[in-house]
Design a protein around this ligand. Structure first.
Ligand code: ARG
Length: 575
């Protein structure tokens, strides 16, 4: 056990139990005044009707802290300030240096977690919302796997429903070869817009499209073959984008809307049998929870439309049932934009009312805001159309390449290309993950590619600089577990505390999926390292301080790389 907060918490909790006979959370947190503080004496004394300072004194007297703390002081009305001893810090650091998990605890009760992310729509361009979903979902997968959970990735592709009548007709119009060409080079929006234009302009085309949908849903062979072609070409294109992004989505993770087509009637039957279905304007609907529309009337989730067809809602009900009942998920995460909050809430509530979703299983919406342009409005190109994802990513890499060429002209071309990719893609991901995901953010190449501030290049550079220390020293980091830490300077203690806090941060991010907290931690760690490096000579100091400082450098580099990897970001050794 190398989680410091947890250690202190346990010791104080035992003391509280001895003194009060009750289980008290000692409320341990990092402190401005000492290394840590415990704030539980005040609320506990209030509850018991005693004096908080006296209670704190009694607890401190009973607590076994001698092996951890060099000072334990009571301040103000009853706060307990805890200062770690150098020996304790050194011991914990030595254990950490030998720990491949870097203090990230394995979940005591591993869960099976389904993560629904990316979810682009076939034969339609991916937009920045899909970018956010893909990046955030990938980070979720990585953090949950690092915690030892079993993760099932689900790419809920939109490839079913009415638009596909129109799209298949367009494919027939232009010919299969031409369609395959347009889609495979990624001209999805051109394809979609051409179909849409005909649909909007001609009643004859609309009629053809409607007939085509009926054929598609009726399982007509020719229609299905053409539809499959549309989907396959789109998937190839999406996989190319995922490859560029370096996310862990594979063909096996695709499970789109069409996968649920056959079970949709059974969803209607089941909900009807449970008495949850009501007719509304000719459609079969559920009315979960207390949702009301703008007119103040109860808001339905449509299960079967008046024409007998099924839509997005019905599919999502079949999907949540599949994930809980068939996949046996303990936790289902929907990494989907905030505009779908109410829809997903209604899906979840219906699942609960139907008995599919029952505690301890849980379903959560991991919602996110919009990506804005410099004008503060939804990101668009100058022509006013939504930005193509690949263009955005390619530009990030191009710009990163220019920055790297300027910073480090010595890198050969191949290495520069690899570094530019890591930095460019890393910058885009980090800009997204480092702010509270519920918020909108402005997409700004200059800011995200800056080597200063809370950016990926700053963190990557901090780590690359540490690699260069070892290159200059002409030695490999010693990870035999023999490294002895000797702490003498305040900046070393501060860095040690940051390093030892890593596991707890990853643990809590695995619950909250608030990746900006991991980003903020890494930024803080890089800051603590910079201060340390300014105040504490490494290569110029004498043994054993030199070895200890080198070990601190190595632990910092490993923690930065590990944390960045959890965010899906690579760490080049040289920049
Ligand atoms: N295809 C949807 C969209 O583009 C996202 C799918 C989200 N997942 C879900 N189960 N509804 O908005």
């Amino acid at each position: 056990m190398t989680n410091l907060e947890e250690l202190l918490r346990e010791r104080l909790q035992t003391a509280y139990e001895t003194v009060t006979g009750e289980t008290v959370d000692p409320l341990v947190r990092r402190s401005q005044h000492a290394h840590f503080q415990s704030d539980a004496a005040l609320p506990t004394a209030k509850r018991l009707g005693t004096n908080p300072r006296a209670l704190a004194a009694e607890v401190v007297a009973k607590a076994e802290l001698a092996d951890l703390c060099s000072a334990v002081e009571i301040s103000g009305p009853g706060f307990v300030n805890l200062t770690l001893s150098d020996a304790a810090l050194a011991g914990l650091l030595a254990a950490r240096a030998a720990d491949e998990r870097l203090g990230v605890p394995t979940a005591a009760e591993p869960e099976r977690v389904v993560v629904d992310y990316s979810g682009p729509n076939a034969a339609k361009e991916m937009h920045v919302g899909h970018l956010r979903s893909t990046i955030i979902g990938d980070a979720a997968v990585r953090v949950l796997e690092a915690r030892g959970h079993e993760v099932i990735r689900q790419n809920h592709l939109g490839e079913w429903g009415t638009p596909f009548g129109m799209l298949v007709e367009h494919l027939l119009d232009i010919g299969e070869a031409e369609a395959a060409h347009e889609l495979s080079v990624g001209d999805l929006s051109g394809f979609y817009q051409a179909a849409r234009a005909k649909f909007d302009a001609s009643e004859e085309y609309r009629e053809r499209s409607r007939r085509r949908v009926v054929l598609l849903q009726g399982g007509d062979d020719v229609t299905l073959r053409l539809w499959r072609q549309l989907v396959a070409e789109s998937q190839t294109y999406f996989l190319a984008v995922y490859g560029l992004l370096g996310v862990r989505l594979t063909p096996g993770d695709f499970r789109g809307e069409s996968a649920y087509n056959e079970v949709l009637p059974s969803v209607v039957e089941e909900l009807s049998g449970l008495g949850l279905l009501r007719e509304s304007a000719g459609a079969s609907c559920v009315f979960p929870g207390e949702h009301r529309g703008r007119d103040g009337e109860p808001l339905p989730l449509i299960v079967r439309k008046s024409d007998g067809g099924f839509g997005y809602g019905a599919t999502d009900l079949a999907t949540i049932r599949y994930r809980l009942a068939d996949l046996g998920a303990d936790r289902v995460l929907y990494v989907v934009g905030l505009p779908q909050r109410q829809h997903l809430q209604m899906v979840r509530e219906t699942a609960a009312e139907a008995g599919w979703l029952a505690a301890p299983a849980r379903a959560e919406h991991i919602g996110f805001g919009s990506v804005l342009g410099p004008d503060g409005r939804m990101l668009r190109t100058r022509a006013g159309v939504s930005v193509k994802l690949v263009d955005l990513l390619t530009e990030a890499v191009t710009r990163a390449s220019a920055v790297i060429a300027e910073k480090n002209p010595e890198l050969d071309e191949a290495e520069r290309a690899a570094v530019a990719r890591a930095v460019g893609i890393g910058a885009v991901k980090y800009a997204d993950l480092s702010i509270d995901r519920q918020k909108d953010y402005v997409f700004d190449f200059d800011r995200m590619l800056s080597f200063e501030g809370n950016t990926a290049p700053y963190l990557q550079y901090a780590r690359a600089r540490i690699c260069s220390i070892f290159r200059r020293a002409g030695q490999q980091p010693d990870r035999s577990g023999a490294a002895a830490f000797v702490l003498t300077e305040p900046a070393e203690r501060a860095l040690a505390l940051e390093l030892l806090g890593y596991g707890a941060v990853v643990e809590s991010v695995g619950e909250s999926l608030e990746f900006h907290r991991l980003a903020a931690y890494l930024f803080g760690l890089a800051g603590a390292f910079t201060t340390f490096f300014e105040h504490c000579p490494v290569l110029r100091s004498e043994s054993p301080v030199r070895e200890s400082r080198l070990a601190l450098c190595d632990l910092t580099a490993r923690t930065l790389a590990h944390g960045l990897d959890l965010l899906g970001i690579e760490s080049p050794d040289r920049m």
